[in-house]
Design a protein around this ligand. Sequence first.
Ligand code: BGC
Ligand code: BGC
Length: 786
Amino acid sequence: MVTPPTEKAQIAALMARMTLPEKIGQLVQADLCCVTPADVRQYHLGSILVGGNSGPGGNDFALAPQWLKAADDFWAASVDTSQGAVGIPIIWGIDAVHGNSNIIGATLFPHNVGLGAAHDPALIERIGAITATEIRVTGQEWTFAPTVTVPQDYRWGRAYEGYSSDPRLVASYVGAMVRGLQGPPDQRDLLARGKVIASTKHFLADGGTKDGVDQGDADIAETELRDIHGLPYGPAVENGVATVMASFSSWQGVKMAGNRSLLTGVLKDRMDFGGFLVTDWNSHGQVAGCTNDSCPQALEAGVDMYMAPDTWKAIYADLLARARAGTLPIDRIDDAVRRVLDVKSRLGLFGAGKPSSRPLSGRFDLLGAPEHRAVAREAVRKSLVLLKNQGVLPIKAGGRLLIAGEGTDDVARQSGGWTITWQGTGLGNDKFPGATSLYSGFRQAVEAGGGSVELNADGNYTRKPDAAVVVFGEKPYAEFQGDRATLALDSDLTGPYQTMRKLKAQGIPVIAVMLTGRPLYTNPALNLADAFVVAWLPGSEGGGVADVLVGDGKGRPRFDFTGSLAARWPLTPNMREGVLYDMNFGLSYASPAPGPWKPLREVDASQAMDSRTWFTAGRAAASWSLLVEGINGTADETRITTVPAEALGGRVKITALDYRVQEGARRFTVTGGPAAIALRNFSPVNLDRETNADVLLLFTARVFGAPESAALTLVGAKGSGSLPVSLTPGDRFVRYGVALKCLRGRGADVTALTKPFVLSTQGAADIALGEVRLGMDAEVVLPCPA
Ligand code: BGC
Ligand code: BGC
C-alpha cells in the first residue's frame, strides 16, 4: 500500500493540526454496544465496530435502513469541527465473513470451509465483490474478513472460518478475496467504487493452537509458523490488504497482541505491510502485564488500533495519560495514526461525505439481489462433496421424495455461526427473507420435474417415497463454543441415524446430507446411507444442494459434483487414528460405478464431550468431579461416581433418572439441612474470556421438590460469588442460565475457578441435574439482583 505524495502531504498537514487526544482517539475502536455519537465527538474515536451481538440502537435485528442511519449519525459526530476538532471521519468495521452476514436480508455465502472445497479462486473474487457491494449498501466501510487461518486441528470451533488446512489453497484464495473486497492493490478512492477495506485475520497461527483450543497456544517451530500459518499473509500484503487483525492466540506462550518481533519485525518490517494492525476484541487484555483497561505493550509491539469494545474509555484514558507523561513513544503514536489515516485516505473517506450519500448506499434492493444470490447458489453447488453414491443419485425429478432429519427447513442451521447473531442461534426463517432452505430447494426442483416432496423430520410419510433425503449434522456455533474434545458429532445430534436405519429397513433409498463446519467421524451414517453428501454450511441459498442432487425428469444430472475435500476426513473421532478420505477426495457423477460398499468400522463416539460441558449423560467430564457437600466444604464431601449413592450421613440420596439418554441425569433427594451439589475441576478454570463475551453458565434441572432456599455459587481461587436462585417444581427439565458477568460482579474470581458450579439448598429438596455447561441458549435466565 503506497500513499501518493499529495495525499501524504495532506495527512502530514492534518497530523500537524491534531492534538494529542485527537491522535489517541484514532487508535481506539469501540463497539456499538457501548458507544454513542456524542462519545465519538468527545473522544475523537477513529473507529467503531459491531460485534456479533450488537446492532444499531442495541438491536441485533435492526433493519438495513437503521444501519445506514446509524452510520450517518456516527459519521456526523466524527466530522464535527464546531468545538475546534480537526474532525476525522470514522470508519465502521463489521464481521461480514460470509456475505454481509450481520444484516437481515443479505446474501449469505457458504462459510469458508465450504468455499475451500470448491477450489475456485475466481469464484472467491466474485464473492468478495458482492460482499463489498452489500456492505456499502448499509454504510459500513470495513470488514473483518477474510479469515486466512490454516486450521490444523478441526476440534477447533473456528475451523469452519478457514478455507482449508492446506496453506497453499488458502494462499491461492487470499488475493482473490482481498481484490474482490478492496479492488486491485493500487486502487484508491474505494468508497467511490463500491469497495470496502478488508482485514486478514487472525495473525498469526490462530489455527495452530494445541488441541485446537480457541485462543490457545501454538507451540510450534518457526518453520511451521512461517510455512503453514504465515503463507497466506504473503499474497494478502501483495494484494494490498489494508488491515490485519492480531490473533487472540499465542505463539510459544507469547500472546500475539504483544508480540513485537512478529507484528513489527515480521509483518511490518520484513513483509512491508503498509496498512494498520488492529487487535481482536479486548485481546490486548491477555498480553502479559496488561489488563482490558491498560495495555501500552500492544501499541509498543506494533498494534495501531485497539479493538476495545466496552473498554475503550479506559484504554483511551490510559494511552493518553501515558502519552502525556512521555512514557509512550510519540514516534510510535504518530506512526500508528499515520497508518490509520493512510487507510482512510485510500478509502477516499475524507471527501466521501456522509455514508448515505455515497455510491450504493441505501440501494436496499441490492441486499440479497437475485444476481448475488445466483453466485451464492453457484458457490453452494461447487462446495458440495460427494463421499458415497451407490447409484441412488441423482434423484429423479419426477418421483416422490421424502425430506427427513434435522435442519431441513431451517436457514439458520444451514448458515452456521456469525449469522445475524454471534453464535447464529435463536433465529427463525423469518429472519431470512428471500432465502431458500434445503427443503424448499428440493421441493422446487422436484416439483419442477413433475414429482412431489413430503417433509417429515422423523421419516414418517403418507405415501411411500421413492427415495429419502435425511439431513443431519452440527448446530450453529462460533468461537470457543464450538471447541470439541474429539471429532465426533455431538451424541444428541445423531438422532437422524435412527431415521436412516428405519427408512433403509423399509427398503427406501437414503441420501444423507450433512450440514457441518468440519469433517467429523460419521461412519454410522456413511454405512447406513446409499449416498452421502457434505453440504458444509451453505448459507442462504439452499437451492444449490438440490441443483446437484436432483436430476432432470429422465434422471440425468443437471449439474455435476465438482467439490472435493479441503481438509482430511477422520476415520475415528481421533484424527491420530487415521484418515478415511484424504485431501481432494470427492466423487462425481462421472466417477466409475462403485463396487459393493465395504462397511466402515464403527466405534463408540458417545464419550465425546464439548470442552465446555462439565456434566452430561450422568457423568462429569474428564478432569471434573461431581460432589455432594455440606457446609464444611471438603470436610464432608462425597464424590459421586456410581449410583445409587448416599452423602452427608444419609441426608442426601443420589439416584439415576432418564434424561435424553437412559440414566442421563442424577437425582438428589435431600431430607433436610444444608446441602450442595458441586462440580470441581482438577485444575482451576479460567472463564475470563467467556465472561467478557456474555456467556452463561447453564444448568438443566428438574425440580421435584423445591428447597426452602437455594443459591448458586462460583468458587474461585481469589474469591467466590453467589446468587440466590428460585427453583420451582415442574414436570420437566428446564435449562437455567446465569450470566457469568453477574457472578463476577458478585465477587467470583472467574480467572481461576476451582468449583465453577455449586448449587446449595436449605431444608428438604428433591432436584435432578441433567447437564451443566457454558452456552447462550438458556430457557430461563435467572435474574441478577443489583
Ligand atoms: C473475533 C474476531 C471478530 C471480532 C469482532 C472477535 O471475538 O475473534 O474474529 O472479528 O470478535 O466481532
Ligand atoms: C465476539 C463478538 C460478540 C461478543 C459477545 C465476542 O467475543 O467476538 O462479536 O458480539 O463476544 O459479547
